[in-house]
Design a protein around this ligand. Structure first.
Ligand code: ARG
Length: 774
């Protein structure tokens, strides 16, 4: 039988050479109906395309929000109750914490609406509509148009289109470019700014496994937190006010209590931040050797210095908790990505793609004229950028990565208005600065920052070519004979930027002279100005050349593969990805199950390691097996599960939705074996790590006793196992064939690495679905 399947498969794959992978892709919701819907139905979707995305009727999209511009959240009640990840709400939880009210450690639960906590600066964006405006943006622009004119025209038009779409500021709107400048879309949002903290588990649940488990499967993290969105009584967005009322979403997600099985349909709706799937081998080399390498070196040092002080003192630990977590997150990401690029031969793979492109371009005279030199232009541009790139990376990571330097950087607008002697603009600059200054000092420990300064400036001085550093800075370093501790002593005892009192005094009575003479300001300002005036111009021409070549490369690829359906790189706009619940084999001889349970939480427990402490109450519930209706059909409490959805940073908190439109869990991470995922999607390894919604409900209900929140939600119990009907439905579709197989056969098929097999395990006997992709 196996042979029959394999030969069927061979025929199928030969006849559809450019099939889009179901699981790969971050699709634009407005194009789902045209590009993906049939495929999604085959995978098990039971909703109509309009139920997913519609401008005129309530649809799934109305339940999804951009959370603060950096994560995703979704409504789960008619009263504006919003759920996202713990690591997305982390800085809000942290901002309300102190050694007396340590919500980071103990968790926080509002037992009634009046106990919810407002969060200044936090907002959620709810999409009203999106439209293709490519024709408008590119009108009259031809291959003959100069790059300069092109850029200018496009920028103007993007601005004008966004302005018009905002309907006099009623909406937040912007135009984004797609496919490296080949397409443009406008996005229109309602922005709500009264977003209150409702609940968060203790970090020992919400961040269980800490940095050790971060970016890894198997995982046991309860990565969720809850907020509520408020609106003015007339339904409009409004700043925080006691008179505001809970937002009424056009749609909220019902919650599924069903078991999940491998092969079950899953879609993730959210705001992926950035992928670089079209990046060439030339770009990748810089990512590996410059960006990731520097990030690893600089952050390793900084994190070590922070940790020393955090371990000494509770107040410092809380102040630096959120900064530490976000810095360590992409530190580990860079390590994993560099390892992965080597192991997976990512650069070699890109080179092979490029060779094909070149051969395609060369095969036709006209094509050659347009695309023949695209790759060599990309290579040339990067060769020049490479010479100056480190300075820009260190500016971000080392210089602005030092807190006092970052604060100094924030003073530059004020410095400019003072210089221009513009009283009104100065006043405005001061008002803009005040909240930033408050936020800065709320979480600031001067001695810690001073150590970081000495270390970061030393690296900057040593690693950046001397002729790319400003004279002022080099002179200062020489004055202290290259002793960075002494330089730090001088800067931190003479700069007003390291004292809250002194900064506020300055803002009362600002002076250009005082700012100019401040040593911290001098350093950051000189490095930045040197970059702007001397370094950036040297890269400008190459960047323009690169933009053009990248645009042509993507356009050429799409011409070269006319049958392939391309999706654009992530750019923080709303996307949908779909795939299935799926296990994976991280290495030869090892198979990772697709879900984890509370048993695994207990197995990892280590009371001496803060990352693996299990709260006493959770242990009691575990010992009593008191899981209520949240257990699976085997009586286990499932914590996390994996799917092959295509996600990236920014998707954090995104709903994982089943074929019926119900919430199964929240996406919160990617896995170590696919840290190259932002560069290439590898179906064998790429997985999306999700917290099971039943674990979330269990923590809210059984652990925290916040039954008030459960009552707001709609829980759907379809009975377990829930996969039966869907599997039957799938079996009827002409492209899928359900075959009985022995466990042995099934495993063999899985191991053959052919994605077309889906193992459907139903209570003992194994079914293998042969799925022919089109
Ligand atoms: N890796 C996760 C993401 O990028 C963030 C996890 C945060 N947890 C942590 N231990 N730093 O979405």
């Amino acid at each position: 039988m196996l042979k029959k399947i394999l030969s069927l498969l061979l025929i199928a794959s030969l006849s559809v050479p450019f099939a889009a992978r179901a699981d790969e892709g971050m699709w634009l919701p407005m194009l789902i109906k045209r590009l993906n819907y049939t495929d999604m139905q085959k995978e098990g979707l039971q909703l109509t395309a309009e139920e997913i995305y519609s401008v005129n009727h309530a649809s799934l999209k109305d339940a999804i929000v951009s959370f603060g511009g950096f994560c995703t959240g979704e409504f789960i009640s008619p009263e504006g109750l919003l759920i996202t990840n713990h690591h997305c709400g982390y800085s809000s939880v942290q901002s309300h914490s102190s050694p007396d009210h340590d919500y980071l450690t103990d968790g926080f639960w509002a037992t009634s609406k009046d106990k919810e906590l407002p969060n200044e600066g936090l907002f959620v964006d709810i999409l009203v509509r999106m439209d293709d405006v490519t024709d408008k943006v590119l009108e009259g622009i031809t291959p003959a148009t100069s790059e300069e004119e092109r850029a200018q025209k496009i920028a103007q038009r993007m601005k004008a289109i966004a302005q018009e779409a905002s309907e006099n500021g009623q909406y937040v709107s912007y135009v984004r470019d797609f496919f490296n400048g080949n397409e443009y879309y406008v996005f229109v949002y309602n922005r709500y700014t009264d977003v209150r903290l409702v609940g968060a588990p203790p970090s020992s649940v919400g961040k269980y496994g800490g940095d050790t488990d971060n970016w890894m499967w198997p995982r046991h993290t309860g990565d969720f937190s809850m907020f509520r969105v408020y609106m003015a009584p007339d339904g409009k967005p409004a700043p925080y006010s006691k008179t505001n009322v809970p937002y009424k979403p056009k749609h909220f997600l019902p919650i599924s209590l069903s078991d999940k099985e491998p092969g079950d349909f899953s879609m993730v709706f959210g705001f992926p931040g950035r992928t670089k799937r079209f990046m060439t081998s030339h770009g990748l080399k810089l990512e590996v050797n410059q960006l990731n390498k520097s990030r690893i070196k600089l952050r390793d040092k900084k994190l070590g210095l922070w940790k020393e002080d955090m371990d000494k003192d509770a107040a410092t630990r809380i102040k630096y908790a959120s900064k530490y977590a976000s810095t360590s997150n992409y530190y580990k990401y860079s390590i994993g990505q560099n390892e992965g690029i080597k192991r997976m031969h990512t650069i070699e793979g890109k080179i092979a793609d490029e060779d094909k492109f070149q051969a395609w371009a060369n095969a036709d005279a006209q094509r050659k004229a347009t695309y023949g030199d695209v790759l060599s232009n990309i290579a040339d541009a990067y060769a020049n950028i490479e010479k100056y790139n480190l300075g820009s990376i260190y500016l971000n990571e080392a210089v602005l990565g030092t807190e006092s330097m970052m604060l100094g950087y924030r003073f530059i607008p004020l410095y400019n208005t003072l210089k221009a002697n513009n009283a009104a603009a100065t006043q405005k600059a001061i008002e803009d600065l005040k909240p930033r200054v408050d936020a800065h000092f709320k979480d600031y420990n001067m001695p810690t920052d001073k150590k970081v300064f000495a270390a970061m400036m030393k690296y900057y001085y040593e690693d950046i070519p001397k002729d790319q550093q400003p004279e002022e800075f080099k002179n200062m370093v020489q004055k202290y004979n290259g002793n960075f501790e002494k330089l730090a002593d001088y800067v931190y005892s003479n700069s007003f930027l390291v004292s809250e009192q002194k900064v506020n005094d300055f803002l009362q009575n600002p002076s250009q002279k005082k700012l100019e003479n401040d040593p911290a300001f001098q350093i950051v300002n000189s490095i930045l100005m040197n970059y702007v005036n001397n370094i950036a111009p040297k890269m400008a021409e190459s960047n323009a050349k690169l933009d053009k070549a990248n645009r042509l490369y993507v356009a050429g690829l799409r011409l070269m593969n006319p049958d392939k359906v391309y999706y654009p790189d992530a750019n923080s706009t709303l996307r949908l990805s779909y795939g299935t619940v799926k296990d994976y084999s991280p290495q030869d001889g090892v198979l990772y199950n697709y879900y984890t349970t509370l048993d695994g939480v207990m197995a990892k427990e280590d009371p001496t390691n803060p990352e693996f402490v299990v709260p006493a109450k959770l242990k009691q519930l575990y010992q009593a097996k008191d899981y209520g209706r949240y257990a699976n059909s085997k009586g286990e409490l499932v914590t996390d599960f994996i799917t092959d959805n295509d996600i990236t940073g920014g998707n954090s908190g995104s709903p994982v939705i089943n074929g019926r439109g119900e919430l199964m869990g929240l996406a919160f991470d990617g896995n170590w074996e696919a840290m190259t995922g932002d560069l290439v999607y590898d179906p064998e390894y790429k997985r999306c790590i999700n917290v099971d919604i039943r674990y979330v409900l269990f923590i809210i209900d059984k652990y925290a006793g916040a039954t008030n929140l459960i009552q707001e939600m709609t829980l759907v119990d379809n009975g377990n196992p829930g996969a039966g009907d869907a599997a039957e439905a799938k079996a009827e579709t002409p492209q899928a064939e359900l075959l009985n197989a022995t466990v042995q056969e099934a495993k063999e098929m899985l191991r053959s690495g052919k994605e077309e097999f889906k193992i459907e395990k139903k209570k003992g006997d194994v079914k293998v679905k042969l799925q022919v992709k089109d």
